[in-house]
Structure formats: structure tokens, C-alpha cells
Design a protein around this ligand. Structure first.
Ligand code: Z5A
Length: 215
């Protein structure tokens, strides 16, 4: 890359079960990267663009059994396509670092490992919708399922359709995230999220600075 080539942004995602602390850590990470001179955009899924936020409303509210796993996956991918094309890709092209609270690994964990939709079908939808687009780094915050639900319930927000799913479902998706990390070690890192927020952030920062050479 010559000095005239615009610097491309990096795409980082945080993943994990309910209440793992993603939002808390993303805010800290944004501050730390901004202090080092990076332009940082934080966003979330489902949502992150105007259209995707409208689809989010259909996904996080209402009856637990409102969608079958295929319909739910297609809704997440419709939202994701809009989010990537309207927000994430343009920001990366401007050199902005984008940090998203959840992305495609959540579909694999929740709709695949959790709800049992065939993993190869989900991979096929990914390729169809996003092609070769991928994260530069995905950090999975791993936390005991019951502790995560306790933390999430303490917020009482209302967008709780997933939180109301049974404990076995949440345990399956926790194992799903660990399996994703095991099969994609170059792209993913797992952090123990059970400690206090400062300790978790120190572990997150170690991963960011070890894996991304610009930091
Ligand atoms: N979903 C899906 O099924 N498929 C998909 O493809 C995608 C998503 C993209 C969106 O919810 C739902 O959509 C999600 C999966 C599904 N399931 N749910 N619910 P969301 O993203 O809006 O909600 P969430 O992912 O569960 O986020 P959350 O509950 O907001 O959790 P969090 O961001 O990981 O945690 P937090 O808000 O930072 O912290 C939660 C509480 O714990 C809060 O009171 C903190 O102050 C506290 N906290 C944070 N860190 C700590 C530590 N270290 N110790 C103690 N307490 C802490």
C-alpha cells in the first residue's frame, strides 16, 4: 500500500449470549480506539440502518414461536444486507473502523445451533447475500447461560422475545458460539466474560492489539 492509498477501515464484531456485556465493552472499545486516533462507528444487529431497524422490530418483539427458523433467518439476512450496503461497507471504504454488536455469527448460533436450521443452508444464504464480505475480527464473550440471563433481565427493556426462549436453547447457542470460534480460529477469539467489566476489557484489548496490526 502506498502513502496515497486511502486506509481501509476494519470490521470488528462482538458476539455472545444474552447479557454477556457486548454493549458495555463496545462503548469502552470505541473510546480506546478513538483516543488512538481512529474514526470509529458503533452499530448493532438486528438493526443498524433505517430499514434494518424496522425489521428488528419484527424480530425482537412478540410471541416466542412467531417465526419458523427459516423465516427468521431470512429476516435477519434481509436486515443484514441493508445494514452492510447502507452503513457498514460505505464506512469501511471511508477508513472508519466499524464495531458491531452482533453480526452473522449470531444467525449461525441462534437460528442454526439454537433452533436447528441446517448450518450449510445458513452458510449458503450468507454467500448469496454477502458474498466474500466478512469480519476482520470477531470476539465472542463467553458467559455462563444463567448468569447472562440474570444480567439481561436486570435491564427490563421490553425487547425480550429471545430472552423468553428456554434455557436449553440458550445453552445450545453458547456451545454454538464456542464451536464457531473453534472452526474459525483466525477470525475469532473467545474471552471469558464472567469477571468485572475492567478485567473483561483488558482481555478484549489484548486481543484487539495482538490481532490487528494497526493498533
Ligand atoms: N439475534 C438472532 O437470533 N440472530 C441474529 O442473526 C442476530 C440477533 C443478529 C437481539 O438482541 C436479539 O436478536 C438477540 C439475538 C437475536 N437476543 N436477545 N435478546 P440484542 O442484541 O438487542 O440483545 P442482546 O444481544 O442480548 O444484548 P444485551 O442483553 O443488551 O446484552 P449485552 O449487550 O451483551 O450486555 P450489556 O447490555 O453490556 O450488559 C447487560 C447487563 O449486565 C447490564 O446491566 C450491564 O451493566 C451488566 N454487565 C455488563 N458487563 C458486566 C460484567 N462484566 N459484570 C457484571 N455485570 C455486567
Amino acid at each position: 500500500m502506498t502513502s496515497d492509498t486511502p486506509r481501509k477501515g476494519r470490521f470488528i464484531t462482538l458476539e455472545g449470549g444474552e447479557g454477556a456485556g457486548k454493549t458495555t465493552q463496545i462503548n469502552r472499545l470505541k473510546d480506546a480506539l478513538t483516543k488512538r486516533g481512529f474514526d470509529v462507528l458503533t452499530t448493532r444487529e438486528p438493526g443498524g440502518s433505517e430499514g434494518a431497524e424496522q425489521i428488528r422490530h419484527l424480530l425482537v418483539n412478540g410471541d416466542v414461536a412467531r417465526w419458523d427458523s427459516m423465516t427468521e433467518t431470512l429476516l435477519h439476512y434481509a436486515a443484514r444486507r441493508d445494514h452492510v450496503e447502507k452503513v457498514i461497507r460505505p464506512a469501511l471504504e471511508q477508513g472508519t473502523w466499524v464495531i458491531s454488536d452482533r453480526f452473522a455469527d449470531s444467525t449461525m448460533a441462534y437460528q442454526g445451533y439454537g433452533h436447528g436450521l441446517d448450518l450449510t443452508v445458513i452458510n449458503g444464504i450468507y454467500k448469496l447475500v454477502l458474498g466474500e464480505f466478512s469480519t476482520d475480527l470477531t470476539v465472542i464473550l463467553d458467559l455462563d447461560t444463567e448468569e447472562g440471563l440474570k444480567r439481561a433481565n436486570s435491564r427490563a427493556e421490553g425487547e425480550d422475545r429471545y430472552e423468553r426462549m428456554d434455557i436449553e436453547f440458550h445453552q445450545k447457542l453458547r456451545q454454538g458460539f464456542l464451536e464457531i470460534a473453534r472452526t474459525s480460529p483466525q477470525r475469532c477469539a473467545v474471552i471469558d466474560a464472567s469477571s468485572d467489566a475492567d478485567t473483561v476489557f483488558n482481555a478484549l484489548w489484548d486481543v484487539i492489539s495482538n490481532r490487528l496490526s494497526e493498533v
